[in-house]
Design a binder for this molecule. Structure first.
Ligand code: BES
Ligand code: ZN
Ligand code: ZN
Length: 460
């Protein structure tokens, strides 16, 4: 569990050495330690770590080079300490203004997916810096770990049944109501697209609908794409494209991680979480290219490509969530490869028509150091997704152009009552280890939105 260590006088001091601060730090660590650091080539370069010996040969302190305070600095970079320092208890000797984020980076970096491989090495621990909200930081780090675990779980461990269970367990933990619709009941309950995408898999498709909080509080609804494995369906992916597709439930993991934060923090919202859960498999009963399916909302959807399954299950889930006109509806989905082409793995695009909301999200993202970038719901591209036989096509005629935008435009057609709607096309994965987390599953955008929601709807 990513927790802080109890304060102890023996905690080893870690000096965060920003350019310009190095002289002052040398004075406080003493001439011998300063000379030792210099002899070892410590230059206070960002990311540089230097251990300091005490007179008795024990570890007396550590130096860590950080960038100058300000917009350009990434405080989460302090996560490198968690993977570099020897086992022991540490404290920040000179906590900077952004110590809360540095401490969060440290806790997030301690995460490992260890279901199959116990991590034997002892890990360093950090005492919470003075003046930060330690509980809040731990809650965030734990929610991120919870979400990363779901993304990292292989598809044979986390199929539709297990993801349903993770969602309903979370609901139980916080006394939320959970309703599950499974298999052929999806047809009776009017989720034809969820059924069509998931019906070929060995485990039945399902929709989990969670509700929590004061009934007349502002309605905030989260929707997350829960494809536990995306083979592409009959439009099967090549091996290289399938490799990472256990993470195709990253949107659901993000929604659940954010829901956990909202519930644990007791925010004053009526929270709803809708997760359509399927495996996109190949079998005799699979949907085919060219099929036309009338969706929950009544739009006839043409299956241009069975691999564009995420927007299909989201169409029914968004239509459901839209029915009670939420004040704010947010969806998360590992929706397109095109989003990665445009912005790379670290920067999820988000889409909304609400300029004020977009600005508030961008601001919260900057403060939470949870980066993202707004892209446009560009109306002239609507023509690219017009259907030939049906109302709308799930793949369209864009010849691979503007793929993340046309996917967002597709989703928009299923939203009209929500007072505000924002869509996140997340990657949910770190291709390489980063200071604040190992390679593998990542939770993007949830920390920023928690920041925004906790300001808008504080605990009563
Ligand atoms: N899950 C994929 C998108 C994806 C691929 C996300 C790789 C992250 C990394 C999605 O279901 C998909 O296959 N989308 C297709 C849509 C296309 C067929 C219109 C895509 O992006 O190529
Ligand atoms: Zn797909
Ligand atoms: Zn997918």
């Amino acid at each position: 569990m990513p927790r802080f260590a109890a304060p102890t006088p023996s905690a080893v001091p870690v000096w965060l050495a920003a350019p310009g601060a190095w002289d002052a730090i040398q004075a406080s660590i003493g001439a011998t330690a300063a000379a030792f650091a210099q002899a070892c080539g410590f230059k206070a370069k960002p990311g540089q770590i230097q251990l300091l010996p005490g007179e008795d040969g024990r570890l007396a302190g550590a130096l860590f080079g950080v960038e100058a305070e300000g917009v350009g600095r990434d405080p989460l970079a302090a996560g490198k300490l968690a993977t570099s320092l020897p086992e022991g208890v540490y404290r920040f000797a000179n906590p900077p203004a952004d110590a809360a984020l540095a401490a969060l980076g440290f806790l997030m970096a301690l995460y490992r997916y260890d279901r199959f491989k116990a991590d034997a090495a002892g890990k360093p621990r950090l005492v919470a810096p003075e003046g930060v909200d330690a509980d809040r930081i731990e809650r965030i780090a734990e929610a991120v770990a919870f979400g990363r675990d779901l993304v990292n779980a292989p598809a044979n461990v986390l199929g539709p049944g297990a993801l349903e269970q993770a969602a309903t367990r979370l609901a139980d933990d916080f006394g939320a109501e959970a309703r599950v619709t499974r298999g052929d009941d999806l047809m009776a309950a009017n989720f034809p697209l969820v059924h069509a995408v998931g019906r070929a898999a060995a485990e039945a498709p399902r929709v989990v609908d969670i509700a929590w909080g004061r009934r007349d509080a502002p309605k905030v609804t989260l929707v997350g794409k829960g494809v536990t494995f995306d083979s592409g369906g009959l439009d099967i992916k090549p091996a290289s494209g399938m490799e990472l597709m256990k993470k195709d439930m990253g949107g659901a993991a993000t929604a659940l991680a954010l829901a956990r934060l909202v519930m644990e923090s007791g925010l004053d919202v009526r929270l709803r979480v809708v997760t359509p859960i399927v495996e996109n498999a190949v079998a005799g009963g699979a949907m085919r290219p060219g099929d036309v399916i009338v969706s929950r909302k009544g739009l006839a959807v043409e299956i241009g490509n069975t691999d564009a399954e995420g927007r299909l299950i989201l169409a029914d889930a968004l239509a459901l969530a839209d029915e009670d006109a939420p004040d704010l509806m947010i969806d998360f989905a590992t929706l397109t490869g095109a989003a990665r082409v445009a912005l790379g793995p670290d920067l999820p695009p988000f889409y909304t028509d609400d300029d004020a909301l977009a600005a508030a999200i961008a601001d919260a993202a900057a403060r939470a150091r949870d980066p993202m970038w707004r892209m446009p719901l560009w109306r002239p591209y609507e023509a690219m997704i017009d259907g030939t036989v049906g109302d709308v096509s799930n793949s369209g005629t864009g010849a691979g152009m503007a793929g993340s935008i046309t996917a967002a435009l597709f989703l928009r057609r299923f939203v009209d009552k929500a007072k505000a709607w924002v869509h996140f096309d997340v990657y949910a994965w770190n291709p390489k280890a980063r200071a604040h987390g190992p390679a593998g599953g990542e939770i993007q955008a949830a920390r920023a939105l928690f920041e925004l929601l906790s300001e808008r709807y504080p605990k009563r």
